[in-house]
Write a protein that binds this ligand. Structure first.
Ligand code: GLN
Ligand code: ZN
Length: 746
């Protein structure tokens, strides 16, 4: 049986984030369109060359994008929403492409949302016109790869089911579907004519919950596409297939399954076998996490699969596209060699695949040499503490009603208290000074003095505005997760481990390799300094355990739940120190709680249960007088409102302004009793909201919430904004709260 090696997608951003620089340069008019395209092509040529050189047989093309692959699909098929008024039957110009992605004065961009349960964000296509193949992007990539790198690449295309499932549809579905299948067909036929042999149709949506109608649509689409005579690999990832038996019997040549996240796929192979006339593509090394693969274990697994399934051929590949990993561990330089030896980023993953194929082919002398997979960074006391947690460790003890009275006696806040979410503008000078401090160009004393000066300014501004509950401004934090990762044991913070979040934006997720504990106080110095400057309460500000976990690469030798509890115990010490130092309100941010939700509904309960418990573990031992806040940025929480309630925070703040108050309706059905601030100021836009519009939102809130519950705040941190926008916006916000108080008093 033939064994081939493959990749599903290579990181786009470049070793030195060349794509980011070129994009931002182009947007700022510093480089030309040609220069941007040249940079993009050079990156692709380099990536293709690398993959060929190390021995990948099926090299992906069209996996690259100047912004996002869903946007590429939409523009390729002419799905330019009517509001953009594009009537040409020609490829979308680059300026329009970026307007769709980023908007411009007076025209909103496509909505952006998370790609399944990853930290990558895609643009949501809006289908309000019939499709038309404006530009065959996979064909262009295919031809370029052939010319420039001499490879017969494997075009990657988002398949029709996933494309539809992730889009907003404003048309009659029946006629849209058949027209869409036609344009797919047209694109694939040209690819075949150009000489393409393989094509990868990405259908990750097949691992979501599907119903009979969905699976029929998949069957209908692939029956048509199969007739073209290309080797279609129906590629699924991020979990196990929902309709295994039906999918494997589609009339196509190859099926790609994720064996890393989709354990059930393996059970299904055992149970139902695999057709002997099809190629089995196995996602066998992890495209979502950074731990080196135990190739002995994995090669045994493949052998086991081949005992029950007798496919026509075998393709070995990562579990999903490698865009979710940094490029190479070799870019890290001087990290602890003990940890480095255990890591695999994108390039190392591909080498694992090649080596695995050679092991399976029984090549002489190819063995997995290191068997060094035992635990590192062990702290026995931390393990013990987690092991001995009791029910009471997760309970606040005193019920909310009673806590509320005691807190009010201490805080004496007015009706509709005003506050912000934590960060204030991180202007260029703050980032520059931090960069210089990190390079050792300025000393710790000077850096700290600078941060203190900023905090003092920030407290002054907030007092001047008349806000009721103040914050220190988070000037010392580069990133809300990285900051804590640096102050906890068991975390590795990388220098170049960039992963694309969206467009030109990248994050550097820390790597949790060992047991987590606090090295020392993390926030105490800044918070107590800020509090010393004012009589009003300053909120302690901490990133929650679930967010730290979900925005990091997590060890996989112990359950995630245990890692979450370890982080929670470390944060709990910080919370208690803050309380001891006289801080009366502590906010624990959990913006990433929702995104950790498993893709399949039936698996959500378990996650929510431990996620909520991790939060409670941080907060359970504070005095009833100490007010616990939490913050989440998103709007869709109707399906998790019970879990949010279960966190038992005294006050929560959530997004509201962007979703035009859709959030508020949840409270008609769900009787929420505790304090709640529905964000009335959209911080994602430079626009200054007027007092009147803030009042409209607040009044809407008051239809379903009691006045004593309602807080007034922006919908997220102000870090990305400018002072000139923030000050008038907050002024209007405070004014709105005052007007409302006046009305109620009457
Ligand atoms: N406290 C954080 C801030 O204000 C919260 C950020 C977030 O929700 N993503 O920046
Ligand atoms: Zn937020």
């Amino acid at each position: 049986m033939e064994i081939l090696t493959s990749n599903l997608g290579y990181p786009r951003i470049g070793k030195g984030r060349e794509l980011k620089r070129a994009l931002e340069g182009y947007w700022q008019d510093k480089i030309s369109e040609d220069k941007l395209k040249e940079t993009a092509l050079n990156l692709q040529v380099e990536n293709w060359g690398y993959q060929r050189e190390i021995g990948i047989d099926l090299i992906p093309v069209n996996d690259f994008s100047l912004y996002d692959h869903m946007l590429d699909m939409a523009t390729m098929f002419g799905f330019i929403p009517k509001r953009f008024k594009y009537k040409e039957k020609a490829p979308v110009p680059l300026s329009l492409y970026f307007t769709l992605a980023r908007g411009r004065e007076g025209i909103a961009p496509l909505e952006m949302t998370k790609w399944f349960d990853t930290n990558y964000h895609y643009l949501v296509p809006e289908l309000d016109t019939m499709p038309c193949l404006l530009e065959n992007r996979p064909l262009i990539s295919y031809s370029l790869a052939r010319e420039r790198a001499g490879i017969n690449g494997k075009p990657v295309i988002v398949g029709p089911y996933t494309f539809l499932r992730l889009s907003k549809i404003f048309l009659d579905k029946g006629s849209l579907i058949s027209a869409l299948i036609d344009v797919y067909k047209e694109a694939l036929i040209s690819l075949k004519e150009a000489g393409a042999v393989w094509v990868q149709m990405d259908e990750p949506a097949l691992v979501l919950d599907l119903d009979e109608r969905d699976i029929r649509l998949v069957e209908e689409a692939y029956k048509v596409l199969a007739d073209i005579g290309l080797n279609i690999i129906l590629q699924t990832y991020f979990g196990a297939l929902s309709f295994y038996e039906r999918i494997i019997n589609l009339p196509i040549g190859a099926i790609g399954l994720d064996l890393v996240r989709g354990e059930e796929n393996l059970e299904n192979i055992r149970k139902y076998g695999f057709p002997s006339d099809k190629i089995l593509s196995l996602g066998i090394v992890d495209g979502r996490n950074v731990w080196r693969t135990d190739l002995n274990k994995v090669s045994n697994l493949v052998k086991e699969v081949l005992e029950v399934a007798k496919p026509k051929g075998l393709i070995l590949q990562p579990s999903c596209s490698l865009i979710h990993l940094p490029i190479s561990i070799e870019l890290e330089g001087d990290i602890d060699s003990n940890i480095k030896g255990r890591l695999s980023f994108a390039n190392e993953r591909l080498k694992e695949i090649v080596k695995l194929a050679r092991m399976l082919k029984g090549e002489e002398g190819i063995k997995e040499d290191v068997n060094n997979f035992e635990q590192i960074g062990c702290i026995p006391e931390v393990r013990e503490r987690v092991k001995h947690l009791k029910a009471s460790d997760f309970e606040r003890g005193i019920p909310y009603e009673e806590r509320r009275k005691r807190q009010q006696a201490v805080l004496n806040l007015p009706l509709f208290p005003t506050t912000t979410i934590g960060s204030f503008p991180q202007t260029g000078d703050v980032r520059r000074i931090r960069a210089r401090y990190k390079k050792g160009q300025i000393g710790e004393g000077d850096y700290k003095a600078f941060i203190r000066e900023r905090m003092a300014y920030c407290i002054g501004v907030q007092e001047g505005l008349g806000l009721d509950v103040l914050v220190h401004g988070e000037f010392e934090r580069s990133d809300m997760v990285e900051y804590f990762a640096q102050k906890l044991t068991g975390f590795l913070v990388t220098k170049n481990g960039w992963v694309q979040s969206y467009g030109s934006r990248c994050t550097r997720p820390p790597i949790i390799y060992g047991d987590v504990s606090r090295k020392g106080a993390m926030t105490l110095e800044e918070i107590t300094f800020a509090q010393s400057l004012t009589k009003r309460p300053v909120k302690g500000m901490i990133t929650g355990p679930v967010t730290i976990l979900n925005w990091s690469f997590v060890r996989n030798d112990i359950p995630k739940k245990e890692v979450a509890y370890q982080i929670a115990l470390a944060l709990k010490e910080e919370v208690l120190d803050l309380e001891k130092a006289g801080i009366k309100i502590i906010q624990i941010d959990e913006p990433a709680l929702r995104e950790g939700l498993p893709l399949k509904k039936r698996m959500r309960r378990d996650y929510l249960e431990w996620a909520v418990k991790a939060f409670r573990l941080v907060t359970s031992k504070v005095r009833p007088e100490t007010q616990i806040h939490t913050h989440m940025c998103y709007a869709e929480f109707s399906d998790i409102i019970e879990a949010i309630d279960g966190m038992d925070a005294d006050v929560i703040s959530i997004e509201c302004s962007r979703s035009q108050g859709d959030n508020i309706d949840v409270f008609e059905k769900f009787h929420y009793k505790k304090g709640i601030g529905l964000g009335v100021y959209d911080i994602h836009s430079p626009r200054v909201p007027s007092t009147e519009e803030i009042l409209v939102t607040l009044r809407r809130c008051l239809k379903v919430l009691r006045p004593e519950q309602l807080w007034v705040n922006p919908d997220c941190g102000l870090k990305t904004r400018q002072w000139e926008e923030v000050i008038p916006s907050l002024k209007n916000m405070v004014k709105a709260a005052e007007i409302l108080r006046g009305e109620i008093a009457k």
